[in-house]
Design a protein around this ligand. Structure first.
Ligand code: COA
Length: 575
């Protein structure tokens, strides 16, 4: 399978939404992580609660993994639709586990190792149709060496809230799956690998959305307001679980306009505040993001991107809100835009987002995406003490207070409401240093310069770009967001073949770190810029703001790139 190591196993489970595909994937992921493997998962499901094709792909490796991988080694299908969706990718050497008798009879390609398992029938015989997925999980455990004891533990823990009868019924189905697979003769080479023992290994397995919530807690979040929207809702669910215990406040607002307005109010009152949303919600927040910039009010807005425009493809992956994040709003309106690569970044860059918002007193938009939102990955356990936390500069109480005092850095100390001597007018209107509304043209020019100039030093604050590789390159690959992990692996594979490639991974997308882009470009003959949107949004900004002329490689089919796609495109460019 593309020469990949047998210690790097990819299992794809497909079935109908409601059949428990996601649970099987989650349980196996947890069991593999407990066994000490690095895991990276990808799931996709329909917008409907029941029905439609649901898929879970998990990659478990003895080495570090940066993405969901190319194609599965093992395919497990619960129904005919899932088989149809995947059969073109079944190649000699792959393993296929399928429901038999089921609603389909697969025409199994030659060389594929097929294992028929009576999933539906066994669940019916046990009078527990819901447990079809646990029969399948039992079979997968035996066939691919996924630790049975861990699976039992995870199953018991996850279904405990549904009652003892549900747990017991599922354990019985799981055990039937084990027996059914033991009766089969294994002919394929696939099994999860044995990791090297690492006594210092301290990892956590969580989704991008949960990691953003955790990052916000570490940063010192005090107020959160959001309106639920796929695929961002789990950020709010995480925060709802943890923020009140820490004395913070969470509101489910009536819409996104209300949520960002509440966030600005809380921040004005001196609290660290955040909202989370997806593209349609960010569009609604446009006016208040302008208010945050004009009134110099710190706030963090998380945008978990999804397929658009309009209601688009809400459960599908896309990186297509960059234009909106950078320029959404009216008038000349500044902000900082960061973008995360993986779960580890979801923690660290959320803290950075708060730090930058507090320091520069402006809106910071943190871009994640639908693939990262639900992707679970193993990442180093984040130690809260290892993060630097920045708080806004507050007035020292000396002399006369001017809220928008013109300073060398452009940053003016804030006051919390009620501070003696700190009274001022807070308004979205243009204003003087005191905060008094002013429509004088000269004043507007001075104040716009103040608000924009202070953002010029953002690029020096934290290392928000990364160069992957040394020396000159025939092809340099620039990319952003979740596509970075895919490019990292493609770059490794290409270099292993002796091809001169380098990667450039910006996490600060606005203001664009122009100098770093230029430096990277100097050492590259040609530049490729893959991104998951139709228009080539980052490529547009790179062409507009730097001297580089990247060649766009865009897809927007609801799925992320695979490393193989990048490898192939680079070779085509060189041919
Ligand atoms: N016994 C008992 N319960 C079981 C079970 C079993 N053997 N297997 C799964 N379940 C439960 C799960 O615990 C889960 O319950 P919960 O909702 O209480 O957590 C539920 O059945 C769904 O199973 P799960 O494995 O999580 O998902 P699935 O593979 O069946 O797919 C979804 C269903 C998740 C795709 C679908 O229900 C869904 O939510 N779609 C998204 C809808 C959406 O977001 N729409 C908004 C668009 S704007």
């Amino acid at each position: 399978m593309q020469g990949k190591s047998k210690n790097d196993l990819i299992i794809r489970v497909g079935g109908e939404g409601g059949e428990g595909v996601i649970s099987v994937g989650d349980f196996i992921t947890q069991a593999c992580a407990r066994a000490g493997l690095d895991v990276y998962t990808f799931k996709t499901f329909p917008a409907e609660i029941k029905g439609g094709y649901a898929m879970y792909q998990l990659r478990a490796s003895t080495e570090a993994v940066y993405n969901q991988g190319d194609i599965f080694d093992v395919l497990c299908v619960f129904n005919g639709e899932a088989y149809e969706m995947n059969k073109a990718r079944l190649k000699p050497g792959h393993a296929l586990v399928y429901d038999c008798p089921g609603d389909f009879t697969p025409d199994i390609p030659e060389g594929v190792h097929a294992y028929p398992i009576p999933m539906t029938q066994t669940a019916k015989d046990l009078n527990n149709v819901r447990a079809k997925n646990m029969v399948a999980m039992g079979a997968l455990s035996v066939l691919f060496n996924i630790p049975e004891a861990s699976l039992r533990e995870v199953l018991t823990a996850k279904f405990a809230r549904k009652g003892d009868a549900v747990v017991q019924g599922n354990i019985t189905a799981f055990e039937r799956g084990l027996e059914l697979a033991r009766a089969l003769k294994k002919t394929d080479p696939w099994a999860i690998g044995t990791p090297k023992k690492d006594p210092d290994r301290d990892v956590i397995v969580m989704s991008g959305n949960n990691a953003i919530g955790l990052g916000a807690m570490i940063a010192g979040l005090e107020f959160f307001s959001a309106y639920p929207i796929t695929p961002a809702t789990e950020v709010a669910i995480y925060v709802a679980k943890h923020l009140p215990k820490r004395g913070g406040t969470l509101i489910q607002a009536e819409d996104e306009i209300a949520s960002i307005s509440q966030v600005l109010g809380a921040s004005y009152a001196g609290k660290k505040a955040m909202t989370s949303t997806s593209g349609p919600g960010l569009a609604l927040m446009g006016e208040m993001i302008g208010m945050a910039f004009m009134s110099e009010t710190p706030c963090v807005v998380v945008d978990v991107q999804r397929g658009g425009p309009s209601t688009g493809m809400p459960t599908k992956h896309e990186q297509s809100d960059l234009f909106l994040a950078v320029h959404g709003g009216h008038g000349d309106c500044g902000r900082i835009v960061l973008s995360v690569e993986n779960v580890q970044d979801c923690v660290a860059l959320t803290v950075t987002a708060f730090n930058l918002a507090e320091k520069y007193q402006c809106p910071v938009i943190l871009l994640s995406d639908g693939s990262l939102a639900f992707s679970t990955q193993s990442s180093p356990y984040p130690d809260p003490a290892s993060f630097t936390i920045v708080n806004r500069e507050r007035w020292d109480g000396k002399g006369e207070y001017n809220r928008y005092k013109l300073t060398e850095s452009g940053i003016s100390p804030m006051v919390d409401p009620g501070t003696p001597g700190g009274m001022h007018i807070a308004t979205g209107l243009e204003h003087s240093e005191k905060g008094t509304p002013s429509y004088a043209g000269e004043n507007h020019e001075i104040m716009q310069a103040k608000r924009f100039n202070k953002l010029k030093t953002v690029v020096n604050d934290v290392p928000l770009t990364e160069v992957d590789g040394e020396g000159d390159a025939d092809i340099g690959i620039i990319t952003w967001g979740g596509t970075i992990g895919v490019v990292r692996e493609a770059v490794q594979r290409l270099r292993a073949e002796g091809i001169k490639v380098k990667g450039f991974y910006p996490k600060l997308l606005h203001p664009l770190p122009v100098e770093q882009f230029e430096d990277f470009g100097k050492g590259c003959k040609r530049i490729l810029l893959p991104e998951v949107n139709f228009l080539g949004q980052l490529a547009h900004f790179v062409r507009a703001e730097t001297s580089l002329r990247p060649e766009s490689y865009t897809i927007c089919g609801g799925l992320p790139f695979t490393p193989e796609m990048i490898v192939k495109r680079v070779k085509e460019m060189l041919a």
